[in-house]
Write a protein that binds this ligand. Sequence first.
Ligand SMILES: [Zn+2]
Length: 103
Amino acid sequence: MIAGKQTVKCPLCGGEGVTAFVKPSYLQGKTSRISAGAKTTYHRVPESVEYQGSCPNCGKSAAEMQRATKSGLSGKRLSHEERMRRLRESGFPTTIGTSASDR
Ligand SMILES: [Zn+2]
């Protein structure tokens, strides 16, 4: 996959026809010198999408779509529901956040 202008789906309404500049994800190697020799570690650089125009379907601006993609792809800003699900899966008690509203 080559980076370039593409027509992609709108992250907000799912409609097609949004022009964006897409850079595919790739593996970036990093060599670190340690006492036992050199060690190469790879980390994946995630795909990046830069929206060029507004959505022809819902009319959202490029900036709004950009925000929607960032919160969706980075995995750092999870929704409350997703966070609670992950906590449950890791065996963490999920009573946090409910006790305060009881009073
Ligand atoms: Zn849209």
